[in-house]
Design a protein around this ligand. Structure first.
Ligand code: PEP
Ligand code: MN
Length: 341
């Protein structure tokens, strides 16, 4: 439910509505706007009768929010959420944001080399995992805090923002110390304790879609983070499980377009995990942007054949460069510039 106030409503009128919401056992979320204040009602799991607010001083109308993923829905907020990073990158606005880097941070040389060509190609955000969710416990698990330190160094040298994954509450605290964006991976999309925790850390979060989750479940997972107090959430489509192993996953481009009709949160495409195959990344990157993605996150490595994880889905430096150029052309057709260009 959204209670929209008259533009001449007084702070006392707003407080009276908040008090009525609390009395009903729910939480008020006042949202002052340029013209008027709207007060969101959260905490209800079913419909609330709008008539309970009719006749209160200053109330213009009460609008039921039908989506269960309330606060991230377009009913709740029509304007897109824009997330602004320290290096000036704005995610969710007109510009399409390019994020690139290795699957895992491996060495200083590897990361600095990658950061340099990623920035030169026109990307503004550097990716790289320091805490890795590997299927096998015997696979490379990441450098941990040493990896975060390398990311911070690359950010300072090349003016990039940094995104990296948190696996649990302890690593989330560490990631929040060093990175601009906390990545919640596909395997943790419904780790509700972790979602609540990153909701309290005050850093932007990128929430990847789980391997076998519906778009609605994905949005409800985002709702956990927003409800815990962090509105700076972006979604990332990274492919879902299918029956055909011709690709690693089924890159669900339609989910990008669908999500844009359901939520005001930015939506990012990850064609690396989406396809698992280097030669499919560039066409799927173009497709994701054509479908309305607000940005891309793509794996790239100076020597993919030597990578400690996901080398087969990492672009060579020149391919990364070409991808940014092509995606820029697709974005241009849609009237969108690339961020930072
Ligand atoms: C990654 O970004 O390297 C990663 C592990 O992604 P996902 O959670 O989508 O598998
Ligand atoms: Mn990876």
């Amino acid at each position: 439910m959204l209670i929209v106030m008259h533009h001449e409503a007084t702070p006392e009128d707003v407080e009276a509505v908040c008090a009525r919401i609390r009395k009903l056992g729910f939480e008020p979320r006042p949202m002052p706007g340029e013209q008027r204040t709207a007060i969101g009602l959260v905490g209800n799991d079913g419909p609330v009768d709008p008539a309970r607010f009719h006749g209160l001083p200053g109330v213009l109308r009460a609008i039921p929010v039908s989506a269960p993923y309330k606060q991230v829905s377009l009913e709740w907020q029509a304007a897109p959420t824009i997330i602004e990073l320290a290096n000036g990158t704005r995610i969710g606005g007109d510009a399409v944001v390019m994020m690139g880097g290795p699957c895992s941070v491996e060495t200083e040389r590897q990361l600095m080399t990658t950061a340099e060509y990623v920035a030169a190609a026109g990307a503004t955000v550097l990716r790289g995992g320091a805490y890795k969710p590997r299927t096998s416990p015997y696979s490379f698990q990441g450098l941990g805090e040493d990896g975060l330190k390398l990311l911070a160094k690359a950010r300072d040298v090349f003016g990039l923002a940094v995104i990296t994954e948190a696996l649990d509450e302890a690593s989330a605290e560490k990631v929040a110390e060093y990175a601009d964006i906390i990545q919640i991976g596909a395997r943790n999309m419904q780790n509700f304790g972790l979602l609540k925790h990153v909701g309290r850390l005050g850093r932007p979060v990128m929430l990847k879609r789980g391997h076998a989750n519906t778009v609605k479940e994905w949005l409800l997972a985002a709702e956990y983070i927003v409800h815990a107090g962090n509105p700076q959430v972006m979604l990332c489509e990274r492919g879902i499980r299918g029956f055909d192993n011709v690709t690693r996953n089924v890159f669900d481009v339609s989910a990008i377009a669908v999500a844009k009709t359901m939520t005001h949160l930015p939506v990012i495409g990850d064609p690396s995990h989406g396809t698992g195959k280097r030669e499919l990344i560039v066409p799927m990157a173009r497709a994701a942007v054509a479908a309305g993605a607000d940005g891309l996150i793509v794996e790239t490595h100076p020597e993919p054949t030597e990578a400690l994880s996901d080398g087969q889905q990492a672009l060579y430096p020149q391919q990364f460069h070409d991808m940014v150029r092509q995606v820029g052309q697709v974005a241009q057709v849609l009237g969108r510039p690339l961020a930072g260009q």
